[in-house]
Design a binder for this molecule. Structure first.
Ligand SMILES: [Zn+2]
Length: 324
């Protein structure tokens, strides 16, 4: 047994040489909210430093992220109109479809990922169509709508689509829909291990997607259930996912490791809004060093086995990483 382990920690150069994981700006995915019907960015109160952008702000956002070396943008739409089927989600001139085109038009090199779910597009805020009998979320009735939404994003130029509603067989439905429409090259990032989490609180404010009644625990994972999450990771790979995702991130690094050990697909972890807002709130009070906390957290994601990290810190982190 080596009993002098400090030898390799002695100098900065040695520590650098023996660092096991590195975070690169390319590993980061920046989530962006785009809202129909506004003309200038709206600050998101519960997420300091984040904004809801108008479509006209997308070109600049894409260009800036690209210049910082950020790997991709992940788009969330806030439509002007909501209905029970979430039909604004799959219209050719919907807010996300316009945003994809605006980003790709000015910055074709930027990889664009889109969220594929109905919750921001329905007045009830649930991730699928509701039963008129008992108000439950209907799985199979939701699948074709998700497929249509994904196809319309691919048509607009999205590189990767992210079905996130946690309906059973959503990855299969989206894959079939894309293939049947000639979008065999559009990849799928599957929200496979998405837990019913209180860490999403600020996001619901940002995306105006809080459910009007009940919660999402009938379709998202119970935070206690790692084995259940594993079953979903396996199912999503079999259904045709290209990338598996774990959400939330920091409280779920064991699940990130589980995903890494369960599949050879790339693994993404979502460093969610609540995690972001806690860091920002503590940093504002001077209780934490924001830069150090963020870089340490991102390193922890990589160490746990994530290839990609979806994070609101992406532009800041990319800047900091290029300085070190
Ligand atoms: Zn949803």
């Amino acid at each position: 047994m080596p009993d002098r382990l400090r030898r390799l920690r002695r100098t900065a150069n040695l520590r650098e040489m023996f660092r096991e994981v590195l975070v690169r700006p390319r590993d980061l995915i920046y989530p962006v909210f785009v809202r129909e019907g506004i003309s200038s960015p709206e600050p998101i109160e519960s997420m300091p430093g984040q904004f809801r952008l108008p479509v006209s702000g997308m070109a600049k956002a894409a260009r800036e992220a690209h210049e910082l070396g950020v790997g991709a943008l992940l788009l969330f739409g806030l439509p002007a109109r909501k209905d029970d089927r979430g039909s604004a989600a799959f219209e050719g001139d919907g807010v996300v479809q316009q945003a994809i085109k605006a980003a790709k038009d000015k910055c074709p090199e930027m990889t664009v990922i889109t969220d594929v779910c109905l919750c921001a597009y329905t007045p009830h805020g649930h991730c699928g169509v509701l039963s008129t009998k008992d108000g439950s979320v209907l799985n199979d009735e939701t699948l074709p709508l998700l497929a249509d939404m994904a196809v319309s994003h691919a048509e607009a130029g999205a590189d990767i689509v992210g079905p996130s509603s946690m309906m059973d067989r959503q990855v299969l439905a989206v894959r079939d829909g894309l293939d049947a429409s000639g979008y065999g090259d559009t990849a799928i990032i599957a929200y496979s291990a998405k837990f019913a989490s209180a860490f999403y609180g600020p996001f619901r404010d940002a995306a105006d997607s809080a459910p009007s009644h009940g919660d999402r625990s009938s379709y998202q994972h119970d935070p206690a259930n790692a084995r259940h999450a594993r079953q979903e990771l396996i199912a999503d790979e079999e259904e045709g996912a290209d990338i598996l995702m774990v959400k939330p991130g920091l409280a779920y690094l064991d699940i990130v490791r589980l995903a890494r050990e369960t599949s050879d697909l790339p693994v993404a972890a979502y460093n969610v809004s609540g995690e972001y807002s806690m860091v920002k709130a503590a940093a504002e009070r001077g209780w934490l060093d924001e830069r150090k906390i963020v870089l340490e957290s991102l390193t922890a994601f990589k160490r746990a086995g994530a290839n990609l990290i979806i994070t609101y810190h992406a532009p800041d982190a990319a800047r900091w990483l290029s300085e070190v």
